[in-house]
Design a protein around this ligand. Sequence first.
Ligand code: ATP
Ligand code: MG
Length: 410
Amino acid sequence: MKQSNLFTKTRKEAPKDEESTNAKLLIRAGYINKEMAGVYSYLPLGLRVLEKISDIIREEMDAIGGSEIHMTTLQEKEIWEKTNRWDDEVVDNWFKTNLKSGGELGLAFTHEEPLTHIMKNYIQSYRDLPVFPYQIQVKFRNELRAKSGIMRGREFLMKDMYSFTKSAEETDAFHLEAQKAYMNIFDRVGIGERTFLTVSNGASFSKYSHEFQTISDAGEDVIHLSRERNIAVNADDYGPEILKDFDLEGIEFEEVKSVEVGDIYKLGTKYSDALGLSYTDEDGTTHPVDMGSYGIGIGRLMGTVVEVLSDEKGIVWPESIAPFQVHLLSLGEDEAAEKVYATLTQKGIEVLFDDRDISAGAKFADSELIGIPYRVVVSANTEKEEKIEVKKRTEEDERLISVEELISQL
Ligand code: ATP
Ligand code: MG
């Protein structure tokens, strides 16, 4: 893409009311636009990152048997009343609205109820199980505080998968598969090394739940972490019983701030009982379907990557989720740069080509702020050498190499 076609501009300052590093950098670099607290639009660069993350998540969900769907945001009150989750006294972050023709609607903050309701059309017998629908869809939550940028939105993109199985044992087995898939996702987006499976007290229907917490000072959570055992315990839940149950007694723990990037829950038959989702087994006996839910905040994940990998000059994207692989800067050598652009794009390499008529200094500063993994400069100097100048965003030094060498490296 030519930068002259990119309508966004970088900014020296973030909005005054923005406190978080992720939103400040993403706004300044033109990835997102702040509409109001906790509500952000994704602009061309931001959308590319969201889609890269979503595609990685899709691959990992499909690999464990997931099938993608897309449910509605508008929610019928009656379904949520069946599980006692319509009442604002019970769920404190609903956004609700009214129909012109009369009656209340909700904007989904999660989708257990409507999906259980849908699945009644498709699950009747043991032959229909197990199944693992998932979606990447917008959630609405009336969060009291929204000061963490895209890490805590009032409107945000979530991947939510749900498991429908014959028994708690089958759910347990899938739970382990999901844990592995989740770690693959966090590895692939570049935060695997600092992301830990965390146990916390579950809700009424299961004793414990699992979260994936990424160590970051920008986090709103605190965990007790054992690097040696590669596991963490949620701070509030750090009690003798949980340590005993997970065989963690006598282990040394470090207390760190963290971001909950994902979580996996065993739901048991809470929703299937309330909404009447059951199946008949080989003997013709009827059983409630066993369920689990598996969430990842996609905006939160993107914000977390920015928080933990950025430096004083700007964002640093891992190659896997960068909006482009190469940021090509032409320093007064547009014709030569055009040729490099054509060669790289023909090879399928994603290039943002800074063809704007602005100073070299401004191009360099923008490039650091935007954070594309490889910066390639074409100038009178590089032309003389018949090379290009390549610098990785994560490194200090630039190298003069040929276009072919860069292609083989990528
Ligand atoms: P938190 O405790 O941070 O409020 P939660 O436990 O209520 O999150 P879940 O209902 O478990 O959130 O949602 C699944 C995932 O969605 C979370 O693990 C997180 O990654 C993401 N998420 C939750 N709330 C938000 C939000 N307001 N903005 C962005 N992502 C969110
Ligand atoms: Mg959670």
